[in-house]
Structures are given as structure tokens and as C-alpha cells.
Design a binder for this molecule. Structure first.
Ligand code: PLP
Length: 427
């Protein structure tokens, strides 16, 4: 079986057109060097305007829904197109690209290359943990009440599959001590897993995951983080977070192609998760009828033929954001949401339901109006003002979510505030 892997490696490297990866004009770093503007400091709106132009987005509408799906930088899209076409025309998988992506993507997330698997979306990673944890009837799993279906349903499935019990905590929007207390109050001797959204999808609460990790481990619980809304929005260093596992989408804040994601499992706990999807490439050795060993890394969760250009796009998207710098991305998100917050606070009928406590804030801001229904308001903002936002019907919030990333500008936020002002005044 080792031969099969070696063959793939050398055969793909030998392909004409593929040998230039990392060196030729499609090298992501060299494209960045040419296109990435220079940041002159806080208030440099020209810089952010230039960043906006590096994204593949139509300009007939203003996109503020990265929490749902993130656009890709043009160069990420272009390289994906080129690779896809090269590989299809040569009828090769390009599987070596997956290994080439592992180290840079792991480093970007503060993980070791052996700790990550490339998956299709965050849901797949959450499912791998939920179905791979050895649970028994009556075992308890604590999750946040604001969990996205992609984080919650894998556990709901375990009620059917393993007879587990799910307990919910409501993430408080203002005080991380209250969040810790609420989780702590649910823990019993039967609690085996705690899972939280790193940033909650409905209202963008940034949960204190490092502190929750400490609590979970003090009670011998597995700690899984659904990071669909955090990777690419804030600096994420998985080693420092001390979670046991983490799943994220590539196609949201990271800005990779649709159908991408990363699953992280801490090296020393890898064997505690039984892989549920497994096959070629998951093994280090196998012989029929009875010999099989897992590959000793998280890569055991990848199996079968993969779309290598998709995985390559995750690497390039991380490289692109890395050029801006995740701290700057984080600060920009806070700046944009603060300007939006200040604007909305000047409109009497608007209620902001995302955290005001700066520690718990993210690049997502959710609001509702007392004079206009959320559905009508979002409709007016789409049809008359050409904004792409998202309604939040979860937990009966009946609100509107605004996600602001590096390609959004202060001018767009000002326009949104004025659009909302006009729309609610006609309510
Ligand atoms: C917290 C959270 N988890 C999981 C998902 C599902 O992500 P994916 O479509 O990549 O599976 C989302 C999507 O919005 C989310 O916000």
C-alpha cells in the first residue's frame, strides 16, 4: 500500500504543468506580492478598498453574509480554475497537492500537520466527532442552545444511535463568567462531551473557549469546538485553545472554495475518535483478511479520491488572509461592527442583540426592529438597497444578521445604516 502512495506522489509531480506549483506564475505568494496593497495604518480606507477589489464579488449588490458563505479572493478562484482544468485534461487527481497544503494550513491554525484532516464542510467535522466518540446510553453531551444545525444534528443523531442525552446552555451575550457558570451547572458524572460554537451563528457571540476547555478537562470531558464562524475571522491558535477537536468550513471566513473544511484532532487524543468514513489513504498498512492499522495522523479521516484543487484553495485562502494578518482582520471586523453599532444606536426602533461586551464581540452583528418585521426589512434592504444579509429565525430571534469581513468597507456600512433608517421609518 505504501507503493500506491509513493506512486501517486511521483506521478503527479511528473505531470507537465503541475511541476510549477509553488514556483511559477500560479504561485500564491508571488501573486500576493504583486497585488497585496501596503497598509499605512488605522484609517487607511484606501487599503481596504484595494482589498475589496481583490475579491471575486459582483458589485451590483453589497455582500454582508460571510457567516453564511464567504467569497473567494480572485487569485484563489483563478488558481482553482486553472488547476481543475489542468488536472481534468490530464485526468490526474493531483493528490500530492493535498499533502502540500497540510503544513501551511495547519500552521495557519496553530496546529501540527499531523492533527488536521481536509473535509468538505464544518458539518462533516462535527459529525466525525459526534459519531466517533464512544458513547453509551445515558451519557450526556452539553452543547450551546445557539448551535447551528451542522453542529447540533450530528449529536441529535447520537440520541438515536447511542442513546445519549443532550443538555443545552444559553450563551450569555455579556458576561463570560455567566457562560462558564451555566456550563458548569450542567456537568454531572455522566457528562462525556462539551461542544460549543466558537462564534455563535445567530448573534456572533465569541465564546471564551480556552476557559471552557479548562473546565471541560477538569471534568474529564472531551471538548469539541465548532469553529465554522471563527477561522478566518479571528486569530485561531488551536494548540493554545486546548480544545480536543475543532471543525471549520473553508467556505466562510477563510475565503476558500465551496465544499471545503478542516477537522482538527489533538495528536494525543486522536485514537479516541473512531473514524466513521474510512478507506484508501486512512491506512498505514492493510492486508486482507485481517490486518489493518490506521495512518498515525488525523489524515485517517480522509479517504478515497478527493478534489485536490479544493484543498489547494484552502491553502491559498489561508495564505491570502495571512498576508493581511489575522490580528488586522480581527481589528477590522471590530471596527466595522462598531461603526454599524453606532449607526444603529441612532435609530430608536432598532435593538442590537449581539454582545456589547467587547470581549465577546465578533465580526457579526444581529439586530431587529420594533417597527418593521425582519422579513420585510431584509426584503427592502435587498430589493431597494441591494444588500445581501441573512435573516435569523433561530431561537425565534426574528432578526437580521450582518457579517462584515475584510472586503467590506466603511462606506458600505454607512450605506447600510442609511438604508435601515429609511426602511424602518416607512414601517
Ligand atoms: C456554527 C456553525 N456550524 C456549522 C455550520 C455549517 O457549516 P458547513 O456548511 O460548512 O457545514 C455553520 C454554518 O453557518 C455554522 O454557523
Amino acid at each position: 500500500m505504501t507503493n500506491r502512495r509513493d506512486f501517486l506522489k511521483t506521478s503527479a509531480l511528473a505531470l507537465p504543468g503541475l511541476t510549477a506549483f509553488g514556483r511559477g506564475p500560479t504561485n500564491p505568494e508571488s501573486v500576493h506580492d504583486a497585488a497585496m496593497p501596503e497598509f499605512k495604518g488605522i484609517g487607511d480606507e484606501d487599503y481596504w478598498e484595494s482589498i475589496r477589489r481583490l475579491y471575486a464579488l459582483i458589485d451590483t449588490r453589497t455582500y454582508m453574509n460571510t457567516g453564511g458563505l464567504g467569497p473567494v479572493p480572485l487569485e484563489v478562484l483563478e488558481r482553482f480554475r486553472q488547476l481543475t482544468s489542468d488536472l481534468q485534461m490530464q485526468s490526474e487527481t493531483g493528490h500530492d497537492l493535498i499533502e502540500q497544503a497540510r503544513e501551511p494550513v495547519a500552521t495557519f491554525l496553530g496546529a501540527k500537520p499531523s492533527e488536521i484532516a481536509f473535509i468538505r464542510n464544518a458539518t462533516e467535522g462535527n459529525s466525525a466527532i459526534a459519531s466517533g466518540t464512544r458513547l453509551h446510553p445515558g451519557d450526556e453531551v452539553i452543547i450551546d442552545a445557539s448551535a447551528h444545525p451542522g453542529g447540533a444534528i450530528p449529536w441529535l443523531n447520537q440520541i438515536k444511535a447511542s442513546g445519549i442525552v443532550i443538555k443545552l446552555f444559553e450563551p450569555n451575550t455579556e458576561d463570560s463568567d455567566i457562560i462558564l457558570d451555566r456550563i458548569g451547572a450542567l456537568i454531572t458524572s455522566k457528562t462525556k462531551v462539551i461542544q460549543v460554537s466558537h462564534v455563535t451563528a445567530p448573534t456572533g457571540i465569541l465564546l471564551p473557549v480556552a476557559r471552557i476547555a479548562e473546565l471541560a478537562h477538569s471534568k474529564n470531558c472531551w471538548f469539541h469546538v465548532d469553529g465554522a464562524q471563527s477561522a478566518g475571522m479571528i486569530p485561531v491558535h488551536l494548540g493554545n485553545l486546548r480544545c480536543d477537536s475543532f471543525a471549520t468550513s473553508g467556505h466562510k471566513w477563510l475565503g476558500a472554495m465551496h465544499g471545503t473544511g478542516v477537522l482538527y484532532i489533538r495528536e494525543d487524543r486522536l485514537d479516541e475518535i473512531v473514524p466513521s468514513e474510512i478507506g484508501a489513504y486512512s491506512d498505514s498498512v492493510y492486508h486482507l483478511p485481517d490486518t489493518f492499522e490506521y495512518i498515525p495522523t488525523a489524515r485517517r479521516h480522509e479517504s478515497g479520491t478527493r478534489n485536490a484543487p479544493l484543498v489547494d484553495s484552502v491553502r491559498n485562502a489561508c495564505s491570502f488572509l495571512g498576508q493581511i494578518g489575522l490580528q488586522r482582520v480581527r481589528e477590522r471586523g471590530l471596527e466595522l461592527t462598531q461603526v454599524l453599532r453606532t449607526g444603529l444606536e441612532s435609530i430608536p426602533s432598532i435593538e442590537i442583540i449581539s454582545p456589547s461586551n467587547i470581549e465577546l464581540r465578533s465580526s457579526i452583528l444581529t439586530f431587529r426592529s420594533s417597527t418593521q418585521s425582519y422579513s420585510k426589512l431584509v426584503d427592502i434592504l435587498a430589493k431597494e438597497f441591494h444588500f445581501r444579509l441573512r435573516v435569523v429565525t433561530e431561537q425565534d430571534l426574528n432578526a437580521i444578521r450582518v457579517s462584515l469581513h475584510v472586503f467590506n468597507t466603511l462606506e458600505q456600512v454607512d450605506r447600510l445604516v442609511e438604508g435601515i433608517r429609511k426602511a424602518v421609518s416607512n414601517g
